[in-house]
Design a protein around this ligand. Structure first.
Ligand code: PGA
Length: 251
């Protein structure tokens, strides 16, 4: 049920300007220095729309892949002030896109809208990082919540190779609180089995964990073999913190 390839995905949220490419260069430098490419892993940075074009040109054919953090549910061009579509993001160089992040859900992204976005991103052949997760108050009915999010947003038949999942408990994002390893095993098994069964996929899906991941607690996560990688917010804004996570994961 596990995937040997591990993902380390940075989610910069509303952070960064052109000069912040220095952080990425430093990460590349440290990645080489510590020979982290010897392990099977993929490094992706989902940056603000304003940086996608610049970063993807600068990092062409390098070890770090650039992605976006969200897109509009509107199709084609139109009178949608401030909106950016999946095709526009693809056009400026994004290879991945985060969809369904709880910060976007809390500002209006319903399962239905996320489904529209997933379809549009798939049309553009973008790779999707689809986030699901329960709030603190929903912790008791976590499995029902996750099931609803998955069913409500995934197209019936989707390109299995194009969507990876990120389990991000809302109460863990940016709070320093993390789930217990035993709970993670149950939750990851549930997510993987549910997707395989509901969508009749041949393999188990790739599922990442996100929420307060850092260089210390990563050892707890690395003990859970069901976790295929990490979506990293705050700690991805520092080259040292980000590299510490990868280094310590393999320790
Ligand atoms: P965090 O954010 O690592 O700062 O908790 C994770 C996320 O929101 O993807």
């Amino acid at each position: 049920m596990t995937n040997k390839l591990k993902y380390f995905v940075g989610n910069w949220k509303m952070f960064g300007h052109f000069g912040s490419i220095k952080i990425i260069y430093q990460i590349q430098h440290l990645y080489k220095k510590f020979r982290l490419s010897k392990k099977k892993n993929k490094i992706i940075f989902c940056v603000p729309n304003t940086l996608i074009s610049y970063f993807s040109k600068k990092l062409k054919s390098k070890s770090i892949i650039i992605g976006a953090q969200n897109c509009t549910h509107h199709e084609n061009y139109g009178p949608f002030t401030g909106s950016v579509s999946a095709s526009m993001l693809k056009n400026v160089g994004a290879k991945y896109i985060i969809l369904g992040h709880s910060e976007n859900r809390s500002s209006g992204d319903s399962n239905y809208l996320i489904k529209k976005k997933i379809k549009l991103a798939l049309n553009e052949k973008l790779n999707i990082i689809f986030c699901i997760g329960e709030s603190k108050k929903d912790r008791k009915k976590i499995f029902a919540v996750l099931k609803k999010q998955l069913k409500g947003s995934l197209p019936k038949k989707y390109d299995f190779n194009k969507i990876i999942f990120a389990y991000e408990p809302i109460w863990s994002i940016g709070t320093g609180k993390i789930p217990k390893a035993n709970d993670l095993i149950k939750i990851f098994n549930f997510i993987k089995k549910n997707i395989k069964k509901t969508f009749k996929t041949k393999k188990y899906p790739i599922v990442l964990y996100g929420g307060s991941v850092n260089g210390k607690n990563i050892r707890i996560f690395s003990s859970v073999s069901q976790i295929d990688g990490f979506l990293i917010g705050g700690a991805s804004q520092s080259s040292k913190k980000f590299i510490d996570i990868i280094k310590n994961y393999y320790k």
